[in-house]
Write a protein that binds this ligand. Structure first.
Ligand SMILES: C[S@@+](CC[C@H](N)C(=O)[O-])C[C@H]1O[C@@H](n2cnc3c(N)ncnc32)[C@H](O)[C@@H]1O
Length: 279
């Protein structure tokens, strides 16, 4: 009998997170990072079943979400393919293992919730994203919840404008390419796929998940925070009026689905059919 196929993490993704970028402080070191964290927390807390439910945090990185979910009373286990992340998560007190979203070691129907807050955009091939979603759906119980993050297709437009570099020829050309095809080259990030809202929802539905709905995470104020930090070289304080306004902007935009394109990240929720949804 042949051994089950173990997918290989792209070398550039391993290199990015091991040598080029420390994911550890991404959600705490800048105002846009904190905005992403606060909004992700409020969307997850709104949809997750009450604790103590079990959560598999796939692509959980150094444990930013696993830590607060554990503090909220959830039983969280984290999986990530980058050794540095698994070591950082374990150091932060998380239960963590090395693994890939496309071939999870968890048993069928063994979790209440599976989070995929990272793997999908790092998998440019549609078949790899399908495998990751199929695996997430396999490991949650019937009626369980799968939550998947996507980088929103038009995010580079706001991001590069906020970083005051969109007018540079190379950046403008690269941004236009991403907007047209959704495929990011590895220059500022890794090779990646940036979803249109409807594509992310469709991918979840095609994997068999029900009642699928995608939210914009950061809303239209994030680019302003970024621009302020780039222009001043200083962090925008969380207590500032600018940060508070950006947070209110994200919440105010939420009932207007057409404004999801103003967020850098999308958070899509879908339930495995089989028993009443838990939202
Ligand atoms: C930007 S980080 C997000 C970390 C964390 N989930 C969060 O939301 O802050 C993306 C994560 O996806 C992980 N990742 C990349 N490819 C993956 C794959 N094939 N399977 C599982 N995780 C993957 C990376 O190692 C990294 O930890």
């Amino acid at each position: 009998m042949t051994a089950p196929h173990t997918p290989r993490l792209a070398a550039e993704v391993a290199d990015y997170y091991t040598r080029r970028f420390d994911e550890h402080a991404r959600l705490s070191a800048s105002a846009p990072g904190v905005l992403e964290l606060v909004r992700t927390q409020e969307l997850l807390r709104r949809h997750l079943p009450a604790g103590p439910a079990s959560v598999l945090d796939v692509g959980g990185g150094p444990g930013a979400h696993a830590c607060w979910l554990t503090a909220d009373g959830y039983q969280v286990h984290l999986v990530d393919p980058v050794e540095r992340h698994v070591a950082q998560a374990a150091e932060a007190g998380c239960s963590a293992e090395l693994g890939d979203a496309r071939a999870l070691s968890a048993a069928d129907s063994s979790y209440d919730v599976a989070l995929l807050l990272g793997p999908l955009y790092h998998l440019p091939e549609p078949s790899d994203r399908q495998r990751a979603l199929a695996e997430a759906m396999r490991v949650v119980r019937p009626g369980g919840l799968v939550v998947a993050a996507g980088i929103q297709r038009f995010a580079p437009l706001f991001d590069n404008a906020g970083h005051a570099r969109l007018h540079l020829d190379e950046c403008e050309t690269r941004t236009a390419r991403v907007l047209a095809k959704g495929v990011n080259d590895g220059k500022l990030f890794t090779s990646a796929y940036f979803h249109r809202v409807e594509d992310l929802e469709r991918e979840l539905r095609e994997s068999g998940l029900a009642e699928v709905c995608a939210y914009g995470v950061e809303g239209p104020g994030e680019a302003l925070l970024k621009a302020a930090e780039v222009a001043t070289g200083r962090r925008v304080p969380v207590e500032s009026d600018l940060f508070r306004s950006a947070l209110v902007a994200a919440r105010t935009a939420e009932p207007h689905p057409e404004l999801r394109v103003t967020s850098s990240h999308l958070l899509a929720f879908g339930w495995r059919p089989g028993q009443a949804a838990t939202s």
